[in-house]
Ligand binder design. Structure first.
Ligand SMILES: O=P(O)(O)OC[C@H]1O[C@H](O[C@H]2O[C@H](CO)[C@@H](O)[C@H](O)[C@H]2O)[C@H](O)[C@@H](O)[C@@H]1O
Length: 388
């Protein structure tokens, strides 16, 4: 599985190209893995005349990233993709685990570092709280996972930090007691009962809405919204003939999924997306797990969102606070790095294959995430019972 180079490079070169998106639009071509030859020719001919600098050499840089952006799927169980188990991994994975030990087997060690500290929890959604599935609309969180996240939030301030929009991730999680940082942290909401955060921040707004009556604590400049809407519509148009391509609107970002696109057409997906975004100097393209993400060129990411939330919660610059961020994606590295560099806490990478990471610990998959959260809650409950 790991081959001669065991560390997949999810951070392969992404340009700072620009792009934008649309409204509540989700386009999903028919779910099938192998497009017909007529679809091939349709998809390929559509691109003629727009390539320009987006030639094969340029696109191939992206292709490497696209191919390595999610572990290969070994088994299909219903709609859930089971990634390679630890039993199937080779020596490289074991070596990697020595550098990024399991947060479960290291739980006692973790306890020794968090005892007497106030914990803040930052949780990615896709691939961390829910398993990676083919169709992003079906990335359902189990009731058991929801229950343990709810229990954790009773003891620790807990935030979901996702590439999805706040509204969308809230529809999956459905817990009003949490903080939500959607669009990779560009849209942050908190529960209404704790509405004294964000004072003095330039982008602070308060607005009740359908998100459990939450309040907005931070938002990227609203001028990006029409741009994103426009780009989203264009992306839907230019990918409609690519079987399996899906465009997902995430408010300040747009995702172009290619998980279900035949691999032969991946260069075409990249070419079209890069070409379109190139016309939007204020947008750029990054990649996640079998997804290209179009987002504003602003200095904001999941790491900044973690810092913002810690400050908002009165938890920054304190020796008695320890933050834990758990995530599976390249975008989670910004949060891992902030915690590592500032000594504010540590990251836990959720991965069943070796990856370059700034996280200290690792967990294999969402089921291990759930076990870890359960252990944290149990430790807290036991400590409360044992207290005089
Ligand atoms: O930060 P996250 O919460 O991890 O969001 C990142 C992207 O997650 C979703 O896509 C990923 O999960 C899908 C469902 O399992 C999967 O089909 C897709 O291939 C993955 O890339 C979400 O749909 C994207 O919009 C998020 O940006």
């Amino acid at each position: 599985m790991c081959g001669s180079s065991p560390i997949p490079s999810e951070s392969a070169p992404l340009n700072n190209s620009r792009l934008e998106l649309s409204s509540n639009i989700i386009s999903y071509s028919v779910a099938a893995h192998v497009p017909s030859s007529s679809l091939y020719s349709s998809a390929l001919s559509k691109s003629k005349g727009v390539l320009g600098k987006f030639d094969d050499a340029y696109v191939s840089g992206w292709l490497d990233a696209m191919k390595s952006s999610s572990p290969p799927c070994k088994q299909l169980n219903m709609d859930v993709i089971s990634e390679p188990s630890i039993d199937e991994t080779n020596e490289a994975y074991c070596t990697w685990m020595m550098r990024h030990p399991s947060a479960l087997t290291s739980f006692e060690q973790i306890l020794s570092s968090i005892r007497c500290k106030k914990i803040a929890l930052f949780l990615d959604y896709d691939g961390t709280l829910s398993p990676i599935v083919d169709n992003p609309d079906f990335a359902i969180m189990s009731n058991e996972m929801r229950a343990v996240v709810k229990s954790a939030s009773k003891y620790f301030p807990t935030a979901i930090i996702s590439g999805r929009s706040c509204e969308k991730v809230y529809k999956f999680v459905k817990l009003t007691e949490l903080y939500y940082a959607g669009s990779h942290g560009m849209d942050i909401m908190g529960p209404t009962r704790k509405n004294n955060f964000g004072d003095g921040h330039a982008n602070y707004t308060v607005k009740n809405d359908e998100l459990g009556n939450g309040v907005h604590l931070f938002q990227a400049p609203s001028e990006f919204l029409p741009i994103i809407n426009e780009v989203c519509s264009s992306l839907v148009d230019i990918t409609e003939d690519i079987l399996g391509a899906k465009v997902e609107y995430n408010k300040y970002c747009v995702s172009v999924h290619y998980r279900l696109v035949d691999e032969k057409l991946w260069p075409e997906v990249a070419r079209r997306v890069l070409s379109l975004v190139d016309g939007y100097p204020r947008l750029r393209v990054t990649h996640g797990r079998k997804v290209l993400e179009i987002r504003p060129v602003i200095d904001w990411n999941k790491g900044k969102a973690v810092e913002f939330l810690l400050k908002s919660l009165g938890l920054s610059n304190r020796d008695d606070v320890l933050a834990i961020h758990m995530g599976d994606d390249k975008t989670d590295e910004d949060a891992f790095k902030v915690l590592r560099d500032s000594n504010l806490g540590f990251g836990i990478l959720v991965s069943s294959v070796p990856k370059e990471t700034n996280a200290f610990y690792s967990l294999r998959d969402p089921s291990e995430v759930m076990e870890f959260l359960k252990s944290l809650v149990k430790w807290k409950e036991d400590s409360a019972t044992a207290a005089p």
